[in-house]
Design a protein around this ligand. Structure first.
Ligand code: SAM
Length: 284
């Protein structure tokens, strides 16, 4: 087996060393012998070991090539597939399909269980969001602030673009915290484990995902501003914005930070409605 490389800060490496926290992550994901697990950033394999003991197979993505070859030496005889490289470049659906075929698990629930690298946790979560159709559950360790934003309810300072988009497609729960001392080397921030379970029925219209994201994004670009003003940045005249707000039953002076997800969904729908014929002729 290759020598174990030292922790690399640039890869966000903070290895879990608290056995109790490791157990709680695996318990939260309710890992069973039917499950295919996706682990992002196995690191030195502390979580991987627990997952391999319980699951039907593990497919892992590790950016650090030295660690990847060390891990392959450690787990080569187990039901495990490693993709060495950046998970952000990976075709997740294809890797999952390949692991299903390799392990003969055509029907297995697919769960993401990971202690994510905090420096790229947002793009990784975005990627998982887009891959949600292939996933049964996601249980991830995050920087506490990120977990708070993901799970935030309307009205607070943490509620923003990411809360709305995540909760539109997932039931999000922040489960428990982990102090810096649970990791080696310790990070400078507190951590939290969150669970994201894909909703059977998304709160946002599935046919309007792109415009829903755009409306939410534009609304939160100026989170203290009234929606009637900020939504004109969609490139629409104020009259069209006011009409859509009325159709969505939202007062024009509302600010995005108080608006529930369902209201953003109504707004995306109203903004997508084609203008009536008389409006078109007025505009001509
Ligand atoms: N799972 C291990 C544990 O809990 O001890 C390590 C977690 S550590 C916080 C994050 C891991 O993700 C590191 O092993 C790091 O090399 C890896 N990593 C960082 N960026 C990555 C990326 N873009 N794609 C895949 N792995 C990445």
């Amino acid at each position: 087996m290759n020598a174990l490389p030292p922790p690399r800060k640039r890869f966000g490496q903070h290895f879990l060393r608290d056995a109790n926290i490791l157990r709680r992550i695996v318990a939260a994901a309710e890992v069973t012998s039917r499950d295919l697990i996706v682990e992002i950033g196995p690191g030195r394999g502390a979580l991987t070991e627990q997952l391999l003991e319980r699951a039907a197979g593990v497919v892992a993505f590790e950016l650090d090539r030295d660690l990847a070859s060390w891990l392959d030496g450690r787990f080569s005889s187990r039901r495990w597939r490693l993709h060495s490289g950046d998970v952000l470049d990976a075709d997740l659906a294809a890797c999952i399909a390949q692991a299903r075929a390799d392990f003969n698990l055509p029907e297995a629930p697919v769960k993401v269980v990971a202690n994510l690298p905090y420096n790229v946790s947002t793009p990784i979560l975005e990627k998982l969001l887009l891959a949600r159709q292939a996933l049964t559950d996601i249980v991830v360790m995050l920087q506490r602030e990120v977990a708070q934003r993901l799970a935030a309810a309307p009205g607070g300072k943490d509620y923003g673009y990411f809360s709305v988009i995540a909760q539109a497609y997932f039931e999000v729960r922040r489960l428990f915290d982990a102090p810096p001392g649970a990791f080696q080397p310790p990070p400078k921030v507190m951590s939290s484990v969150a669970r994201l379970t894909p909703r059977a029925n998304a709160l946002a219209p599935p046919d309007l995902e792109t415009s829903f994201r755009r409306v939410v994004g534009v609304a939160f670009e100026q989170r203290r501003k009234m929606l009637s003003g900020s939504l004109t940045r969609l490139g629409l005249p104020r009259s069209a914005v006011l009409k859509a707000l009325a159709a969505a039953d939202i007062a024009p002076e509302r600010r995005p930070e108080t608006l529930p997800i369902e209201a953003f969904a109504r707004l995306a729908r109203a903004l997508a409605e084609p203008p009536a014929a008389d409006e078109l002729s007025q505009g001509a």
